[in-house]
Design a protein around this ligand. Structure first.
Ligand SMILES: Cc1cc2nc3c(=O)[nH]c(=O)nc-3n(C[C@H](O)[C@H](O)[C@H](O)COP(=O)(O)OP(=O)(O)OC[C@H]3O[C@@H](n4cnc5c(N)ncnc54)[C@H](O)[C@@H]3O)c2cc1C
Length: 293
């Protein structure tokens, strides 16, 4: 199904989970459990990331195939074109099309951090908007793009960044999924500015549960999302080193964030699982038992 059609027919806001291919045998074992437990929550769809420079090409394909064919889930496949030439792009997308994938999220991606000698293909595309222009006339996918409530980490300005999101919509993106933030005000301001410049596609907020301070700091360095003073103070007030207390705090924080987003009328909530199950399950179960999902 095309994700935009899910939003058209769904009576309720959607719930969806992001997964990525496992990087080790141990991670694969854990991912299996995560998939089964999250599938039991009957999400409207799941998404699968695609490593920069095609680094997870086979792993992403196999995960999409498993989720779709073995687990019967609707899958949004992410695709990042960073460093790839036109033939690599069509080879990946042909495989997804042949698998019956109908929705793709097109992101630029970043050069792989662990490959300092990474050589991009000479005909690679500079931006997601260019990738969308290339992909849109060649395929019948429902295409989407990435959005950034606080602006992309490299952006010249938040205004410019939103202009580029508009270009992505003009070049074929029918929906957007956003990076997470820890203060919904960033998302609400972003939405207002998107609508003001004429971006009228559905915009699905990403929500990142907090479960580890180290992980929170690492991701923030990568994405530029602000760790608010409230979050810092509330975490500092938890018993030091108590992992369960932090996990529960992360669930509570995400639940209240989701409730505020849902009451503002977002099409759904997209949970960045980091391939873990506890937070995502805790959040969805609470939102459902409180009757907001
Ligand atoms: C929902 C979501 C899913 C993601 N999935 C993945 C994934 O699966 N794998 C992965 O590796 N990464 C993923 N990312 C991360 C993403 O690849 C990075 O954030 C990347 O640095 C930017 O991708 P983009 O598509 O936003 O790029 P772009 O839209 O190309 O933007 C990149 C930068 O260039 C600027 N810009 C954009 N268009 C133009 C233009 N036409 N001219 C000049 N400047 C421009 C923007 O302001 C921005 O600063 C995801 C991000 C999100 C929010």
């Amino acid at each position: 199904m095309r994700v935009t059609d899910i939003w058209k027919v769904s009576q309720k806001p959607t719930v969806s989970f992001e997964l990525f291919p496992a990087r080790s045998a141990k991670a694969a074992e854990s991912l299996e459990k995560t998939i089964d437990e999250l599938a039991a929550l009957k999400p409207d769809f799941v998404s699968v990331t695609f490593g920069a420079g095609g680094s997870t090409r086979e792993g992403s394909y196999q995960l999409v195939k498993k989720l779709k064919n073995e687990k019967g889930l609707e899958v949004v496949a992410y695709f990042t074109g960073c460093g790839l030439g036109p033939e690599d792009i069509t080879a990946v997308l042909d495989d997804y099309r042949d698998l019956g994938v109908e929705t793709i999220l097109v992101a630029r991606g970043d050069p792989p951090r662990d490959q300092p000698d990474f050589q991009p293909h000479p005909q690679c595309f500079a931006h997601a908007s260019d990738l969308l222009s290339f992909i849109q006339p060649r395929y019948n996918f429902c295409l989407g793009a990435a959005g950034y409530p606080e602006g992309h980490i490299e952006c010249e300005s938040r205004e410019k960044d939103i202009e580029y999101l508009k270009l992505k919509a003009e070049n074929g993106a029918e929906y957007a999924i956003t990076n997470y933030c820890y203060d919904n005000q960033y998302f609400f301001d972003f939405m207002k500015r998107c609508r003001a410049i004429g971006i009228d596609v559905p915009i699905l907020p990403g929500v990142m549960p907090i479960f580890s301070v180290k992980m929170m700091e690492t991701l923030t360095n990568l994405t530029g999302a602000t760790i608010t003073d409230t979050v810092r103070q509330e975490i500092a007030a938890l018993p030091a080193g108590d992992k369960e207390a932090l996990l529960n705090y992360g669930i509570e924080f995400a639940v209240s964030q989701c409730k505020e987003l849902l009451s503002a009328g977002v099409p759904g909530v997209h949970i960045y699982t980091m391939d873990r199950r506890s937070s995502a399950k805790g959040i969805v179960n609470r939102l459902r038992s409180d009757g907001v999902l």
